[in-house]
Design a protein around this ligand. Structure first.
Ligand code: SAM
Length: 262
């Protein structure tokens, strides 16, 4: 299907939650010198321009990162990645998750990214070039299945599908079960939207049954425009590193105090 384009949504509150937690997670994982693997199943284009026609049309970044960048502590790794990208690409640039990972990881770490859409894939190959980065124009679920358990064995998998196919909600718990069986030490993160239809609820129930010790962090926010169905977002993290739960609670607290949450 591939009609979803992240350029319309880059930098919104859901991205802010996902990218801030991803940055914290990678900061914890890179405290040890040992190399890690980073695998992303649905990478997007990596670099966004918040003055593009798509971003301006929805105004989502204006109600997201542009309004709430100020809530982060000054040494937050998300801000560090954002600042580095803006130094290189200008003040309207916004990094997608692959570029945040590339900024926070080290040359000894391995990055594998899957993106199926031809234009997004092409843009991604322009945005990220380094000897430790492999970009695959391939189904992200297939890529993860073929790589896991990866080498190096410590590492992170981020799954961030567009949820265009209702079947994704059904297949994702099975996919997580299979990957966790092959890669029991992997940190497995899933982003999901909270829609007014509550479509995520059965998926989350199945995931929680399989992974009772996982971290589940959700924020609720007002819809970006009247009638918009997304009223929040969640991150489900299997094998969360120590400290991530506190970082997630701190994020909620700061967004709440800034009036961002619904
Ligand atoms: N993770 C990105 C970020 O936070 O910056 C955003 C990714 S966006 C939500 C989802 C992307 O997945 C889209 O660019 C879409 O083209 C791509 N996509 C959709 N189905 C895919 C599949 N089966 N395998 C790989 N990529 C896919």
């Amino acid at each position: 299907m591939l009609s979803y384009q992240h350029a319309f949504h880059a930098g919104n509150l859901a991205d802010l939650q996902k990218h801030a937690l991803l940055a914290e997670l990678l900061a914890y994982m890179t405290k040890k010198d040992k190399p890690i693997s980073y695998i992303e199943t649905h990478a997007g284009r990596g670099l966004y321009d918040l003055t593009s026609a798509e971003a301006v049309k929805t105004g989502e970044a204006a109600q997201g990162i542009e309004a709430y960048q100020k809530v982060f502590r000054s040494d937050h790794p998300y801000l560090a990645a954002l600042a580095q990208v803006r130094r290189e690409h200008g003040s309207n640039a916004y990094p997608g998750s692959p570029l945040i990972a590339a900024k926070l990881l080290r040359p000894q770490d391995k990055i594998h990214l899957a993106e199926l859409h031809p234009q997004e894939h092409q843009a991604l190959t322009r945005a990220l070039r380094a000897p430790n980065i492999s970009i695959h124009r391939q189904d992200g679920f297939d890529l993860a299945q073929s790589l896991c358990p990866p080498d190096p064995r410590r590492g992170v998998l981020l799954v961030d599908p567009p949820y265009e196919l209702k079947q994704d909600y059904v297949e994702l718990p099975k996919f997580f079960r299979q990957i966790a069986k092959k890669w029991n030490v992997g940190v497995l993160a899933l982003w999901y939207p909270i829609l007014s239809s509550a479509a995520h609820v059965p998926m989350l129930a199945a995931l929680t049954e399989d992974f009772p010790d996982a971290l589940c962090h959700e924020i609720r926010f007002p819809p970006v425009r009247e009638g918009h169905r997304m009223i929040g977002s969640g991150m489900f993290v299997v094998n969360p590193p120590w400290g991530l739960a506190e970082a997630a609670a701190d994020l909620t607290h700061r967004l709440h105090n800034a009036g961002a949450l619904g």
